[in-house]
Unconditional design. Structure first.
Length: 480
């Protein structure tokens, strides 16, 4: 059976703000090619591919006169040093007056007629902005040979898809993995190097790893379950289900697999005494967390928890593993990109916008990781990147040099989990079903509906929401 690939992307992205579509305009200005080089993140060292100059000119012969100024929002991972390197590599001057940008800021800027030339923002905003015709597609650049999609993991590229067009360039990649506390495994008589692989094993491990005190109060969760949305959604992403289209408007949640997942998650809640039991434990001062030895297993993203554990809890002995699947078959991860680079349709300088977004999309490269590691191997933290070749070289050539053997092993394992098991989730939807899902989950959990009844109602409501959205878009002259 095929993997249930697209559910998280379909369910989690933000609600479309219909009234703001008017600030966009169909189509987009085209861009001229621009020379870009890869550079390291600290910009202390550069190594990259030089593009051929027109008419046989050599790089040394090119005019050093600045081409103009690029206004770039969201350069929070940049610095003056990095932007000066961008200027040196591309010939474009720069301005980055806003270090943080979200969808609302970009929409407001478009509405006022003064958007930036390019922006660096959360990838989850892309479908919403694309649906409003506020972003310029990158497909023309690829057709002209200015973008090589083959440089990136295909699943990272596809995260910028909306209705068959690419509206962003990827920067990094992320996904869900299973974290587990090896100390608690040993205390329960479980092999700390053998985490659960199937749903049945997960249930069995959770029972053995759950503890109550003499008064019946929960003091240790075998599998952290109170984050209902993340847990349910992320199990759904790995479930075997029928074909789910990459159409951002297809809704398919009323499946036997989702039914089984909901029943399983309810079982974890009940194992811990339900929501009441969790609340009583917290009110009594129990701090649930992998790092405080009160959570044995949890699902979380592959980047930020690990960074926190490694920097703030160096003595924590934790492991990372694929999310358990129903029958232990090969794990497939619905990968998400944390950050994306975009060009607003109303950019006054789309040529410069393309130059800076392409340059930044290639910023995280092998030389960057190598220099970062060499400058401080003890504090080095690996963030998975979308550039396929560089990512694989980092895993094979740099990560094995991490001094701490425990940190080395789990860092390599964590990096491989994403690169080797990622799947293309396709386009996200601009329609948000998160609150709808929460409402239906609560009806099921509280016994107001069976799981099947609640899922059927959720799917019906979701399809009606999609239909309303499409009709409103059509009325405003936007065909999806």
């Amino acid at each position: 059976m095929k993997k249930f690939k697209n559910l998280i992307a379909l369910l989690l992205v933000a609600v479309m703000v219909f009234a703001l579509v008017a600030c966009g305009e169909k189509g987009g200005e085209t861009s001229k090619d621009n020379t870009t080089n890869k550079t390291d993140q600290t910009a202390d060292k550069t190594e990259g591919d030089e593009e051929k100059e027109p008419d046989g000119e050599k790089p040394d012969d090119k005019d050093d006169t600045p081409k103009g100024k690029v206004v770039f929002w969201g350069g929070q991972f940049g610095s003056d040093k990095i932007f000066e390197k961008f200027k040196e590599d591309t010939g474009w001057d720069y301005e980055y007056p806003l270090n943080w940008v979200d969808d609302k800021k970009l929409i407001a800027a478009c509405a006022s007629g003064a958007p930036p030339d390019a922006a660096f923002l959360y990838a989850s905003y892309v479908p919403k902005l694309a649906a409003a015709n506020l972003l310029q597609p990158y497909d023309k650049y690829a057709e002209e040979g200015k973008i090589d999609w083959g440089k990136y993991y295909d699943f990272a590229v596809d995260l910028g898809l909306y209705n068959g067009k690419h509206y962003s360039l990827p920067w990094d990649i992320n996904g869900q993995i299973l974290y587990y506390n090896k100390k608690l495994f040993e205390q329960a008589g479980l092999d700390p190097n053998s985490p659960p692989k199937t749903w049945d094993e997960l249930k069995d491990y959770a029972k053995k790893l759950t503890k109550f005190d003499s008064k019946g109060q929960l003091i240790q969760q075998g599998f952290q379950s109170e984050y209902w949305k993340d847990v349910v959604f992320n199990f759904a992403a790995t479930a075997e289900a029928g074909t789910v289209s990459t159409d951002p408007f297809e809704v398919k949640v009323n499946t036997p697999q989702m039914l089984e997942i909901w029943e399983m998650i309810k079982g974890f809640y009940d194992l811990h005494g339900g929501e009441d039991g969790l609340e009583k434990a917290k009110n009594a001062g129990v701090q649930f967390g992998l790092e405080s030895d009160t959570v044995a297993m949890k699902l979380d993203d592959a980047i930020w928890p690990a960074m926190s554990y490694d920097s703030e809890y160096p003595d924590l002995d934790y492991g990372v593993a694929p999310v358990p699947t129903k029958n232990g078959e090969k794990f497939s991860m619905g990968v998400g990109a944390t950050w994306a680079l975009v060009i607003p349709v109303k950019s006054k300088n789309p040529e410069g916008g393309f130059a800076v977004t392409k340059w930044f999309s290639e910023l995280n490269n092998f030389e960057d990781a190598k220099e970062s590691f060499e400058s401080d191997p003890d504090k080095y933290f690996y963030m998975p990147i979308a550039l396929k070749e560089d990512d694989q070289k980092i895993i094979s050539d740099i990560l094995p040099q991490i001094p701490d053997p425990k940190k080395r092993d789990r860092t390599i394992a964590r990096a491989k989990l994403i690169g080797e098991n990622g799947i293309s989730g396709g386009a996200g939807s601009p329609v948000d079903f998160g609150e709808m899902h929460k409402e239906q989950w609560e009806k099921f959990y509280k016994g107001e509906m069976s799981a099947q009844e609640s899922l059927a109602e959720w799917e019906k409501r979701a399809k009606e929401t999609v239909e309303t959205f499409l009709n409103e878009q059509k009325a405003m002259g936007i065909e999806n």
